[in-house]
Design a protein around this ligand. Sequence first.
Ligand code: SF4
Ligand code: ZN
Length: 343
Amino acid sequence: MPVFCSSCENRRAVLKRPKTGHSVCKECFFWAFEEEVHHTIVSARLFNRGETVGIGASGGKDSTVLAHVMKVLNERYDYGLNLLLLSVDEGITGYRDDSLETVKRNQQQYDLPLKIVSYEELYGWTMDAIVKQVGLKNNCTFCGVFRRQALDRGAMMLKVDKICTGHNADDVAETVLMNVLRGDIARLRRCTAISTASEGDGVIPRCKPLKYAYEKEIVLYAYFKKLDYFSTECIYSPNAYRGHARTFLKDLEAVRPSAIMDVVHSGEHLSVREDVRMPVQGTCARCGYISSQALCKACVLLEGLNRGLPRLGIGKHHRLHGKILAQEPLTEREERKLRAVDF
Ligand code: SF4
Ligand code: ZN
């Protein structure tokens, strides 16, 4: 016997929503998914009329769905936003070059302007070259730090007011778990925020309109809408710790689908004791980006790469940053420590 859509009771149901368990037809699913994102945007007041919003676009399913839904909602509800796509080219042959082709097609399909900033032009290093020097263990540290700044710099070039990213509920829940497991209280406090205010000059506010969207539903939405996206994983993706948190969360979800939202809500309602020490934000003495140390993480990592001392930004070597800033020579022992890499 055919199952009818629990929402319109008219058409046949074609899927069971992972988030609610309801059997729905395609049209009612699209509508519910889009309305939930609209609700998130409106209730958290993510945007203001007239703003220019850069959509962080990687060509993957999350950012492709984000770009599509943002365009639909901007027209349906007349948000009055000026949308554009912002992509980072990390310089990963066989991965990012292909996914950027997808972004270029999305640009045509959605008729939105596109800006691509590359690690090579900003830092003089591609991820391919970085991996050659640092190996496959810490590469994501470099990539993550560089991406954050690259998005900000691209956004500044385009005079963007806000950046929105495709982080979904699963990503947020994973991050909550990871920060709990690592005891990283400062990050735990921040990681569930749906938007961040500008933390200083050159740092553009960011928000996550898909924060309450399940990854499984994003995949279904992209699939049924036949969106054009790129689904290969990065060839340098080790990120073992996040992988464990991810597997753990997926196991929980299989038994209890609300586990994802439950972890997000737990993270949102945790309160951090007042006397927990938080890093004090200042600015980087070299590039002016926000930093809680004399030099920002990107400048330290870059200095390490340029000097052939890749461990410089990994682990606790803050003591040496002053020396670098003052261009004092390092001792042989210090150099040796910073050169060693685990391949
Ligand atoms: Fe960069 Fe690591 Fe992501 Fe690959 S998996 S794009 S190296 S952060
Ligand atoms: Zn810096």
